[in-house]
Ligand binder design. Structure first.
Ligand code: 15L
Length: 268
């Protein structure tokens, strides 16, 4: 199967913070975009783009949206810790719809995974991409499921996936943890471009963090397959942010931070 970077690109979660950035960047780069989200798209549509309001739970809508697409950038779904019943529809059933569409179209998937799939690892550790999963909540657990879905569809159907474990992708870093985990919008956009353009990826994991001196937690991934290296860095914010921490030891000990502290009942 040959990947065709010139085919339309489906972007889910287009109305979310990262989706909006990517819609603008990819639109400016002349990429033909199909945008979708459960919420209306709040910006002017990039040239050549279409927007369809749809629920990831609606498998038929997702199949239609993916028709003739070569790449699916899956940023849709619940993006923070929420109760199990709220996560399961968009992040589990919705993900199945995305992968079934990718299988039918022979499309490559970028799955926006998260550091919360490994959030209960301690910050003193150095993790390779094949480390054990340690989800820090139902959201993180849905990201583990998503990564495993990508693995299954590669092994069984040859659907390519780039599983990006995003750290903290915001305009600027805002606390001490983000001196390690921050991913700039520009580094994300360059990564996504490489996912669309790479000749062959197979099923690979990439840590989504910028070139931060404090990023000692995440090592050895498959970025060389894409030819992606981050260029930005949180380092200029070091002085300003190094004291910006919580006073919760569970939060400060673990990579997943505040997500680890939500509904934490362990006493030992
Ligand atoms: C995520 O996965 C979330 O989508 C985002 O809102 C942040 O909480 C980020 O992780 C983070 O860990 O900083």
């Amino acid at each position: 199967m040959t990947h065709d970077p010139k085919k339309p690109v489906l972007l889910t979660g287009a109305s979310g913070a990262l989706g909006r950035q990517l819609a603008r960047h990819l639109g400016e780069a002349g990429i033909t975009l199909r945008l979708t989200d459960i919420k209306p798209f709040p910006d002017a549509l990039p040239p050549g783009a279409t927007f369809t309001q749809a629920d990831l739970n609606d498998g038929v809508a997702i199949l239609r949206l993916a028709e003739v697409c070569g790449t699916i950038l899956h940023f849709g779904g619940v993006s923070v810790e929420r109760p199990f019943e709220e996560v399961i529809g968009p992040n589990i059933r919705g993900l199945y719809h995305i992968y079934e569409a990718a299988r039918r179209e022979r499309a490559r998937v970028l799955f926006a995974s998260s550091n919360h799939s490994v959030g209960f690892h301690e910050r003193t550790e150095q993790l390779d991409a094949d480390c054990s999963y340690r989800p820090d909540g139902y959201y993180g657990l849905s990201k583990v499921y998503g990564e495993m879905m990508g693995r299954l569809y590669w092994d069984k159907h040859g659907v390519e996936s780039v599983l990006v474990r995003i750290g903290s992708c915001f305009p600027d870093p805002v606390n001490a943890r983000m001196l390690a985990t921050w991913l700039s919008y520009a580094d994300l956009a360059r990564l996504v471009r490489r996912v669309i353009e790479a000749e062959r990826t197979g099923c690979i994991v990439v840590w989504g963090a910028s070139k931060n001196a404090r990023m000692t937690w995440w090592k050895h991934d498959a970025r060389e397959v894409l030819g992606w290296e981050p260029q930005d860095s949180a380092d200029p914010w070091t002085k300003q942010l190094e004291g910006v921490t919580s006073n919760n030891p569970v939060v400060e000990r673990h990579m997943g931070a505040d997500y680890c502290g939500i509904d934490y009942t362990r006493t030992d």
